[in-house]
Design a protein around this ligand. Structure first.
Ligand code: CAA
Length: 382
């Protein structure tokens, strides 16, 4: 569905991505889930089109499009395969973005350009075994030793963890200072003392990688600090403001994908010789789902377009978009499932996958409870 605010360029880009997703990803998506396989083949095709760098300027290896175009990309990919979409989201909005905003020219040259061109895969290391929702409780440590930072600690639930060529991550110099003792760093795959660890066996998004990262006396040159010393928490929170729009649109894509299947199912199946779509209870489910999806779409694209208009912060709008869209996606998947009945439980239809995939949307990049804290603090203050 189109919004009045989309330009012809946005609509043309959406069509290009939709055509690609239907041709290259639709059949593959079931297998990616079944085999729990990272979608390398598709990612390479996506990279070749420049889509791993959609919103970054051409001089930094990107396509030079706007944030809205990037959000369109994630929506259309998620509508078909959420595992592929979350890989893109973690790479573009969590790994590239902080380098683009806070990186030195040298860091942009070394990391952003190959990331945006799809020659490197990026990741974002915030969550830890004892610091999930409370990101200020980061326990991974950074100690300055001559010209090097020495890193010790563990990260958990890191999207793209084992396939990432570079990871932006947080570590603290002084835990007692909480958020004010945290800095952001960049580590490259293959650095001595750094090892990606175990991959999670998840209920959903089975084609995406969620892994542990381990640091043991890992030496990083001083220049691998990203942004100012002790400002890492803010770098990461600001990154999550945009990242939450991506998770919101991932949820929107899943909800739209579920609705697409729901609509075709009601047209193709009958109950007591009457097509399903002629039943009032079915019409209600479809109408409610379409209405909620449109409302979510407005919130998400409003936040993306604010970014494109140069808004300094989209903390509140990003959190609202993610909170609402992720809860809508769960509701829509459940309701559409009730139209399919027993069929919805089978692998013949992708709804059971959509239902499994959508749960992460209420958890990743801050749970719904965290979004409510973020929103209420913007309104009420701390
Ligand atoms: N932008 C810029 N600065 C920000 C900010 C933002 N969005 N949010 C907070 N800050 C600043 C504050 O202004 C404050 O600065 P001062 O102290 O100088 O005034 C500082 O950061 C500390 O902020 P708070 O006091 O609000 O911090 P807090 O400890 O109370 O935590 C929180 C706030 C909202 C709960 C935060 O910890 C949070 O967002 N937690 C959730 C973490 C999260 O989303 N994790 C997801 C991991 S990534 C992931 O899931 C990706 C994936 O792979 C799927």
């Amino acid at each position: 569905m189109k919004l009045a605010e989309f330009t012809d360029k946005h609509n043309a880009f959406r069509k290009e991505v939709r055509d690609f997703a239907l041709k290259e990803l639709l059949t593959e998506s079931t297998e990616i889930d079944r085999r729990s396989e990272f979608p390398w083949k598709i990612i390479k095709k996506i990279a070749k089109r420049g889509w791993l760098g959609v919103p970054y300027p051409r001089e930094y290896g990107g396509l030079g499009l706007d944030a809205t175009s990037y959000i369109i990309l994630v929506e259309e990919i998620a509508r078909v395969c959420a595992s592929t979409a979350i890989m893109i989201a973690a790479h573009v909005s969590l790994a590239c973005q902080p380098v683009y905003v806070h990186g030195t020219e040298k860091q942009k040259e070394k990391y952003l350009i190959p990331l945006a061109r799809g020659e490197m895969i990026g990741s974002f290391g915030l969550t830890e075994p004892n610091a999930g929702s409370d990101a200020g409780g980061t326990e991974t440590t950074a100690r300055l030793d001559g010209d090097n930072w020495v890193i010790n600690g563990n990260k958990r639930f890191i999207t793209n963890g084992t396939v990432a060529d570079m990871i932006v991550f947080t570590a603290t110099q002084d835990k007692s200072k909480r958020t004010h003792g945290i800095s952001a760093f960049i580590v490259e795959k293959g650095t001595k003392g750094y090892e990606p660890g175990k991959e999670e066996d998840k209920m959903g998004l089975r084609g995406s990688i969620t892994a542990e990262l381990h640091f043991e006396d890992c030496k990083l040159p001083k220049e691998n600090m990203l942004g100012e010393e002790n400002e890492g928490f803010k770098v990461f929170m600001e990154t999550l403001d945009g990242g939450r729009i991506s998770i919101g649109v991932l949820a929107l894509g899943i909800a739209q994908g579920a609705l697409d299947y729901g609509i075709s199912y009601t047209r193709e199946h009958s109950l007591n010789d009457k097509p399903l779509y002629k039943y009032q209870w079915v019409q209600k489910i479809i109408a409610d789902a379409a209405t909620e999806i449109l409302a979510a779409r407005h919130l998400i694209y409003h936040a993306a377009m604010l970014k494109d208009k140069g808004a300094e912060r989209v903390t509140e709008e990003g959190a609202m978009a993610k909170l609402f869209a992720s809860e809508v996606a769960t509701r829509v998947c459940y309701k559409i499932h009730s139209i399919l009945g027993q069929d919805g439980l089978t692998k013949k239809y992708p709804l059971e996958r959509f239902l499994r995939d959508t749960k992460l949307m209420e958890i990743g990049e801050g749970t719904s409870e965290i979004q409510r804290i973020v929103i209420s603090r913007q309104i009420l203050g701390r």
